[in-house]
Each structure stands twice: as structure tokens, then as C-alpha cells.
Design a protein around this ligand. Structure first.
Ligand code: SDX
Length: 469
């Protein structure tokens, strides 16, 4: 596996060695074990430290800089597995055999064909929408395509969905501005078994529909935003390869496909982060996994979370060149402003994902002048920040610091960096939703009331005069 991109494997294994060396002085952590509820934990603002549930899906250790999916460390998964294998691992708890992987890939290919959803999406002014807003809309529209979870009567048997005539709509057959041609969406009668769980929009089928569909919609949205028609995915390309192809209209090189695959693995899951928690809160009310993923996309958009990767590029552009870094940083530091792409609620050492994405960014920028310029500024900024904030407050680069440079060197626009994060994190969101639903309890934390208890009612005619706040 990965023979033709062995230099990428070497980069990953070097990062693994660096991670082990840099945290070797940290004490071995006391490994976490099953919980006997109720449990005592010290909780800070923003539920910092609160234990929401037990999980076997992923583990993050901030002092050792460990990121583990179902027992496997992230470096080995990036070096030897693919995103399809890792998605399967997160969902089922074990790495798939060849047969299981082939069946899983076939399912993902089937679920990429979200033609009806794309047609619905194209009736909205996508070119005027933030990509993450368009993706959230698309996820909800997907929910209508295969599920009848809102309809009164569930279809209890096989339903034949025949590709309607509007499937063959005037489309560019090739993404190079060719004359519009009639593009047949592989006119075939698609017979969808509406399985029990797909119909109820809460089971594994819906999760795989989302994993594949969100990627497919991201490609369509990227094309629509630049006034082009969506391109159909290429069955010969991997999940990662099709993501690049359907977004840019260009077939990726083997190296680009591999680096995208590694980045998707790195972003797939990360403990109880804000967007995963948001997805799980929605699921805990027995809503459905489409709306859970929609909530995850909404939370991920924020610049304190997944939206930081886009702002890192804006920040590097603002700095302009390496020479400006010290003065720029000093100004921010004095005002205690947050530097995008740095710091983390959990990691108090290098984010292992940044240890991989940094060298990959360097590798990718060899051929790309603009990315090379940004990379040099990033390296200079990393040095400044680690020298001060790293030493004082253990603030280091996080996953968002280099990911944007990797993506922009593939020709991907900055406002699609967070959608790419979302495409990958659908694997973690859905796996954790499925795991939590097996032992569900609606999330309902407390808010400590600190207001008054005994106010006398004031009628409206007496209000407005010397009101007590
Ligand atoms: C992701 O949770 C996850 O796992 C998220 C994620 C995932 O995979 O799901 O890893 C993905 O969201 C990565 C983070 C992307 N966001 C950014 O890069 C935005 C910049 N980072 C910060 O906003 C911040 O570091 C957070 C939000 C990531 C974490 O914030 P915390 O844990 O709430 O830390 P804090 O705000 O309490 O800060 C603690 C101290 C403060 O200084 P003091 O008031 O104690 O003097 O550290 C300082 C902060 O000012 N600090 C920073 C800083 N981050 C924290 N100072 C400068 N630059 C920063 N980036």
C-alpha cells in the first residue's frame, strides 16, 4: 500500500519519531478506564474537564501529544492506512479486511450520487453563500433524498427510485468550459433498498450516506461557487482523489491524492471537541444523524474551532513576509490577541497533526511559489510563538496552522478549508453519535443561577421610571 508515495510515508514516520522524542520526558499518563457513574470531576467554564460519556472511539493526550483512534496511533494510520479504512475503523471498531473494505468502498461510491440533492441545492444562490452554510443546507436537503423520516408512513419494503428525466440536465461534460452538452447522469434505474435504519435516518447506512454525500456536495458547491457545473466523480479515484477532482475539476497527482488522504485521516476524530459534542447533543434527543451532522457543521464553522484554518492564511497574507513576523507578533502579543492556528484546549505540546501537516506543507510548496512564500512566513511565525507563548503558556501550533497551506497548494480556495475539515469529521461525528445512541441519555447539563429570587412585579404603567437593573 502507498508504494508510489513512499516519500510521504517517510515524512509521517519522521514526524512520529519527533513526537516520541519531544514528549519522552513527559510522564506516562495513567490510562483512563471505564466509569462508575455518578463520577466526580473538576469542571471549568465551557464544560472544561467535564466527562460527558465513555468512549472507545478516540483518545487525545495533551501532554504526551497522543492522538489514538480505536487503539491505533495516528502516525501509523496515516503512514499505512487510507481514509476509507480509518472511517470503517472509527465506525466498527476494527480495521476492515479486503472484502469488507471493498464492500464499504462500493457503498461509498453508491452514496456519492446525490443527484437529487444537487439539483435542489442548485436552486439556491450558492455563489452568494459561505461554503459552510451551503454545506449545512445541502446536508439537510440530503435528508429528504433518501429518508422519509418526516413522512407519516414509513415505506416498509424496497422502493424503486427511478432516475427521473431531469437527471439528464445540460451540463458541461468536461470542466474546461466546453460547450454545454447534455450530460447523462448514468441514466440507470437506481433501485434503493430503503433499509430500516436508512429510512429512520439514524443508522449506519445514513452515516455512510452522509460520509460520502457531504464530500460529494463539497465538490459540487466548490464548482457552483465559481460558476461551473458539478462534475461526476471518477470511480477510479479514491475518496480523497475524488474530493480534489470534484472540487477543482482536475485529476490530482498521486502525491496530492495521498496528502489529501492523510489530511482526511488527521481530521477524522478528536475527542469531545465542540462540533462532536454539538452533534451528540442533537442525537441524544433522538433527532436524526443528518441533523446531528448539520449541527456539527454549524459548530465547526466558528473561527475558534474549525474555521481557524481559513484565518491562518488571511493572517499570513496580512504579515506579508518573514521579516515582518517579529514586529507583527509583538503587536498581537502585547494586546494578548489570539494567534490563529495556535493553542489548544487539550494539547500542551505540539498537536501531532501539526507535526505531520507542517512537513507536508513544506513538501507541497516545493513547486508552488505562492505557497512557498506563505510557508516561510508560517515557519518564522511558529518560531516566534513557540519561543514566547510555547515557553510561557505551552501554546503550540494546532491542526489548523499548516492545513491551509497544504490545501492551497492543491489549488483549493481558502473558504473551502473548513468544509474539508467537515468532510473528514463526518466520520468522527457519526461514529460517536452511533456509539452514544447505544446507551443514550439526553444531554442536560446545569447552569448555575446567580440572579435574584424575590423581585416584586412592576406593572407596565410604572415601568421606565428609575428602573433598577
Ligand atoms: C480545533 O477541541 C478540539 O479538539 C478542536 C480541534 C479538533 O480537532 O476538533 O482540535 C480543532 O478547533 C483546533 C483549534 C483551532 N482554533 C484556533 O487556532 C484559534 C486560536 N486558538 C485559541 O482560540 C485557543 O487556543 C483555543 C480556542 C483553541 C483553546 O482555547 P482555550 O483552551 O479556551 O484556552 P484559553 O482561551 O483559556 O487560553 C488560555 C491562555 C489565555 O491566556 P491567559 O488569559 O491565561 O493569560 O492561553 C492564551 C489565552 O490568551 N491563548 C492564546 C492562544 N490560545 C490560548 N494566546 C495567543 N494565541 C492563541 N492562539
Amino acid at each position: 500500500m502507498h508504494e508510489n508515495t513512499s516519500e510521504i510515508t517517510d515524512i509521517i514516520l519522521n514526524a512520529k519519531e519527533r513526537a516520541i522524542k519531544e514528549t519522552s520526558r513527559e510522564p506516562e499518563p495513567e490510562l483512563t478506564k471505564p466509569i462508575n457513574w455518578p463520577v466526580e470531576c473538576v469542571v471549568g467554564p465551557g464544560l472544561e474537564g467535564a466527562i460527558a460519556c465513555e468512549t472507545r472511539i478516540g483518545y487525545v493526550n495533551g501532554s504526551k501529544g497522543w492522538l489514538i483512534y480505536r487503539g491505533y496511533n495516528i502516525f501509523d494510520l496515516c503512514a499505512y492506512a487510507t481514509f476509507e479504512e480509518v472511517s470503517y475503523l472509527l465506525m466498527y471498531g476494527y480495521l476492515p479486511s479486503n472484502t469488507q473494505l471493498a464492500a464499504f468502498k462500493k457503498k461509498l461510491v453508491e452514496y456519492r450520487s446525490t443527484h437529487q440533492t444537487k439539483r435542489l441545492l442548485m436552486s439556491f444562490p450558492i455563489e452568494k453563500m459561505k461554503p459552510m452554510a451551503a454545506l449545512r443546507l445541502g446536508t439537510n436537503l440530503m435528508r429528504q433524498e433518501f429518508t422519509d423520516v418526516d413522512s407519516d408512513n414509513y415505506l416498509s419494503n424496497v422502493v424503486r427510485i427511478i432516475a427521473a428525466d431531469e437527471d439528464s440536465i445540460p451540463m458541461e461534460t468536461k470542466p474546461r468550459g466546453e460547450e454545454h452538452a447534455i450530460y447523462e447522469f448514468k441514466r440507470q434505474q437506481r433501485e434503493h433498498m430503503i433499509k430500516e435504519d436508512l429510512k429512520h435516518a439514524t443508522g449506519f447506512e445514513s452515516c455512510f450516506h452522509l460520509l460520502s454525500g457531504v464530500a460529494s456536495l463539497t465538490g459540487a458547491i466548490a464548482r457552483l461557487r465559481c460558476g461551473k457545473m458539478p462534475v461526476e466523480h471518477d470511480p477510479d479515484l479514491s475518496f480523497a482523489g475524488n474530493l480534489i477532482f470534484t472540487m477543482t475539476g482536475k485529476k490530482p497527482t498521486a502525491i496530492e491524492e495521498r496528502i489529501m488522504d492523510v489530511s482526511l485521516i488527521l481530521h477524522a476524530d478528536h475527542g469531545m471537541n465542540a462540533s462532536t459534542f454539538a452533534a451528540m447533543v442533537v442525537a441524544s434527543t433522538l433527532s436524526d444523524v443528518y441533523l446531528s451532522v448539520g449541527a456539527g457543521i454549524a459548530a465547526l464553522q466558528g473561527p475558534l474551532h474549525g474555521g481557524a484554518n481559513e484565518r491562518v492564511i488571511e493572517m499570513l497574507q496580512e504579515i506579508g513576509n518573514e521579516e515582518n513576523v517579529p514586529a507583527w507578533f509583538e503587536k498581537k502579543h502585547v494586546k494578548k490577541e489570539k494567534i490563529m492556528g495556535f493553542g489548544h484546549r487539550v494539547y500542551k505540546s505540539y498537536d501531532p497533526r501539526a507535526l505531520v501537516l507542517g512537513p507536508l506543507a513544506k513538501y507541497m510548496t516545493k513547486e508552488n511559489k505562492e505557497s512557498k512564500r506563505l510557508y516561510k512566513i508560517a515557519k518564522a511565525l511558529e518560531k516566534e510563538v513557540v519561543k514566547t507563548l510555547g515557553a510561557q503558556k505551552r501554546i503550540f501550533p494546532n491542526v489548523d496552522f499548516y492545513s491551509g497551506i497544504v490545501y492551497s497548494s492543491m489549488g483549493i480556495e481558502a473558504d473551502f478549508f473548513t468544509p474539508l475539515f467537515a468532510v473528514s469529521r463526518v466520520a468522527g461525528w457519526t461514529a460517536r453519535v452511533q456509539e452514544y445512541l447505544r446507551n443514550n441519555r439526553i444531554f442536560r447539563p446545569r447552569a448555575m443561577y446567580v440572579g435574584p429570587y424575590d423581585k416584586e412585579f412592576t406593572f407596565i404603567e410604572n415601568r421606565g421610571r428609575n428602573i433598577k437593573t
